[in-house]
Write a protein that binds this ligand. Sequence first.
Ligand SMILES: NC(=O)C1=CN([C@@H]2O[C@H](COP(=O)(O)OP(=O)(O)OC[C@H]3O[C@@H](n4cnc5c(N)ncnc54)[C@H](OP(=O)(O)O)[C@@H]3O)[C@@H](O)[C@H]2O)C=CC1
Ligand SMILES: CCCCCCCCCCCCCCCC(=O)[C@@H](N)CO
Length: 383
Amino acid sequence: MDPRELIARFHLPQLLSSLQFSYNNTSTPILGASTLLCTIILYTIAKMFGFGSQNEFNVMGQTVVITGGSDGMGKAVALELSAKGANVVVVARTVSKLVTAVDEMKAKAANILKQKFHYINADLTDPVECERVIAEVTTWNSGAAPDVVWCCAGFSRPGYFVDVPIQDHRQQMDTIYWTAANTAHATLRNWLNPVAPSGQMKTPRRHLIFTCSTLAFVPIAGYSPYSPAKAAIRSLSDTLSQEIEMYNGAYTQRHRTDAPAADVKIHTIFPMGILSPGFDNEQKTKPELTKKLEEADKPQTPSEVAKISILALERGEYLITTNFVGSIMKGTALGPSPKNSIVGDTMLSWLSNLVFLQVIPDLRSKTFAWGKQNGIPGSTPAP
Ligand SMILES: NC(=O)C1=CN([C@@H]2O[C@H](COP(=O)(O)OP(=O)(O)OC[C@H]3O[C@@H](n4cnc5c(N)ncnc54)[C@H](OP(=O)(O)O)[C@@H]3O)[C@@H](O)[C@H]2O)C=CC1
Ligand SMILES: CCCCCCCCCCCCCCCC(=O)[C@@H](N)CO
C-alpha cells in the first residue's frame, strides 16, 4: 500500500483534534482510564515493596537444607534463617568449616530450645551423595522431608576459554550445574513421590531454591568456564517451574487421588559479585580485562545478599536479583521466564533492552581495544 494512502486512512488531523478534545474535556471514560492506569502503577509499586502481601516464605519451625552452607553466601543464608527460627542442615565437603557454621547458627538462633542444627559432609558432584543427604536429613527430622532446599554450593574459576584446560571447564559444569541438578533430583524425587489420599496430611508449601549469577543473563569475557553452567541452571529452573505445575495441579486433588504431599515452588537467585572466600579465590585467576568489564559491579557482602534474597522470597518472587544493575541485566534477558510482576517486569525489560543497545557493543569494543593495546596473554605487546 502507498504510505500516503495509509496516512490518509488514519485521518491524522482528525485524530489530533480528537486527542485535543479529550485533553480539554475530562469526560468519564478518560477519567476512568487514568484512574485505572494510576491504580496499575500504584499496585505495581506497592507490590515491588511488598505492601499488602502475606509472607510467602515463613521458615519458623521449618527444616531447611543449604548446600554450600559452610561459607560465603550459603553460610550467611544459614545464619539469617536460623535467626528466623528454622532448623538448618548445612552441607559441604570440609568438616571444620561445617562445624564452625553450626556453632555460629546456634549463636544466632531465635529459640535455641526449639531449633536444631546439623551438618552433613558430602561432595554433591556425586548424585549418590545427594540421595544420601536427603535420606539422612529425613531421618534426622523424625521421618519428615525438609521443607526448603537451597542450593548454594559452587565456585567460579575464571580464565580465557583457550587458556583454561578442558578438564577445568568440565569440572565447572560439575561443581556449578551438577551439584545443583543432583540436589534438585534427589529432593524432587522425595517431594513428588505420590502419597495415597489416606496418608495425606496438611503439609505447607515446599521451596526449592537455586543460586545462579547475573552472568547467566549477560556475557562477560573471561567467564566461559562458569557462565554456561549457570545458564544451564537458569534453564533447568525455568523448565522445572513449568513441570512442577503438573504436580501442583495433582496436589489440589490430593483427597481423591494419589498426589505429592505438598505444593512445591521453585525460585532462582541471581547475585552479582559476593565478597566471599570464593570471590577472593577467583580474583587470583581472573584476567585483568574481566575485572575491567565488570567494573559496573559493586560486590555485596554475603549477609546483604542473603537478606535481600530472603526478602524477595517472602514477597513470593521467582527470578530474584539483588541490586539495580542485576535487575537491568535480568531485564534484558527475561524472555520466556515467568514474571514476578507483569507490569513491573515488562517495563523493566523495555528499559533494559534500550540500555543494552549500548552495553553489549561497549563490552565488545572494550575487549577489542584491550587486544589491540595489550596483545593476547603471554605475547609481547605491540610497541
Ligand atoms: N562470589 C561471587 O561473586 C558470586 C557467587 N555466586 C554463586 O553463589 C554461590 C555461593 O558463592 P560464594 O558465597 O562465593 O561461595 P564460597 O566459594 O565462599 O563457598 C562455596 C561453598 O560451596 C561448598 N562447595 C563447593 N563445592 C562443593 C561440592 N562439590 N560439594 C559440596 N559443597 C561444595 C563450599 O564448601 P567446601 O569447599 O568445603 O565443599 C562452600 O561451603 C555459588 O553458587 C556461586 O557460584 C553467584 C554470583 C557471584
Ligand atoms: C546500568 C546497567 C549497566 C549494565 C552493565 C553490565 C555490566 C556487567 C557487570 C557484570 C557483573 C558480573 C558479576 C558476576 C558475579 C559472578 O558470578 C562471579 N563473581 C562469579 O563468582
